[in-house]
Ligand binder design. Structure first.
Ligand code: ADP
Ligand code: UDP
Length: 237
């Protein structure tokens, strides 16, 4: 597969076309940002670690019947993916209170939700990704009512599959963000599932194993990412 025209550089990845129509070259970077770009830095080896975690998680989801954009790994930091028509939405699922939910509603960090919460945010860095309700999504034409129901159902299904997947690896899946797109009208999971986009806590010690270590200057950032990859590679270890 040949890398083609440069298409887009985001905060965590660079996207290129390839010589195969409909297939994108997704290169994972070591760059890290937090607070909507206010804090910038790099996390050593993050590109490789996140590409590999995403591949493993998406292979697991595919094997369980969830459609994802994953085609295959091209190199340690590059995944080939199907080009999707992305929804301009971030779909967040929360199992345990943390992050913006704690700040916004005043909940205690670590409180287990009575049931998982699905939230929708407008994907717009300039506006700081504002939260939306279902009516905003439909009135703004960000998704049709049927698509919105499909997005929420897919996000819940991913949560049902990934909670036990990570639990088997000694990791609590606290919350995470997904991005979906459409391929021939069908809803397909795009983007990534990594310590950049999920909160992972060690199940025994509740130690943070994700980007919160970078956001909150806790140290041991690269080690935490490596630890997640190690456990994804070796369940029950
Ligand atoms: P951001 O744009 O949030 O800074 P990234 O650096 O992760 O994020 O860039 C990846 C970009 O590629 C995002 O805009 C994301 O929505 C988009 N994307 C992810 N998967 C696909 C896909 N399969 N097809 C098209 N675009 C995708
Ligand atoms: N998240 C993300 N990208 C965003 C916003 C959130 O990947 O632009 C992830 C974040 O890592 C966490 C979950 O979504 O796992 C919920 O994030 P939250 O709303 O608490 O926002 P934060 O305070 O982390 O920005």
């Amino acid at each position: 597969m040949q890398k083609g025209e440069f298409l887009y550089e985001g905060k965590a990845k660079r996207i290129y076309a390839t010589d195969e129509p409909g297939i994108l070259w997704m290169e994972f970077k070591d760059d890290a940002t937090a607070g909507n770009g206010a804090k910038r830095g790099t996390i050593g080896d993050k590109g490789r670690i996140n590409a590999e975690i995403t591949r493993r998680v998406y292979e697991h989801l595919e094997a369980s019947g969830v459609r994802t954009h994953l085609v295959r790994t091209e190199s340690p930091t590059v995944l080939l993916v199907k080009k999707l028509e992305m929804f301009h939405l971030e779909v967040v699922v929360r199992n345990i209170a943390a992050g913006s939910l704690v700040k916004r509603i005043g909940l205690e960090e670590g409180r287990e939700m009575a049931q998982p919460i699905v939230e929708l945010y407008l994907k717009d860095d300039a506006l700081g990704d504002p939260i939306l309700n279902d009516e905003h999504v439909i009135a703004l034409g960000l998704a049709s009512p049927e698509e919105l129901a499909g997005l929420k159902a897919a996000a819940r299904r991913v949560n049902e599959l990934l909670r036990p997947y990570f639990e088997e690896r000694g990791i609590l899946l606290v919350d995470f963000k997904l991005e979906f797109g459409k391929e021939n009208g069908a809803i397909v999971l795009g983007d990534e599932v990594t310590p950049d986009t999920c909160r992972f806590w060690d199940a025994k010690t509740r130690e943070k194993l994700d980007k919160d270590r970078f956001r909150q200057d806790l140290g041991g950032v690269e080690e935490a990412y490596q630890e997640v990859l190690r456990r994804v590679d070796a369940p029950h270890a």
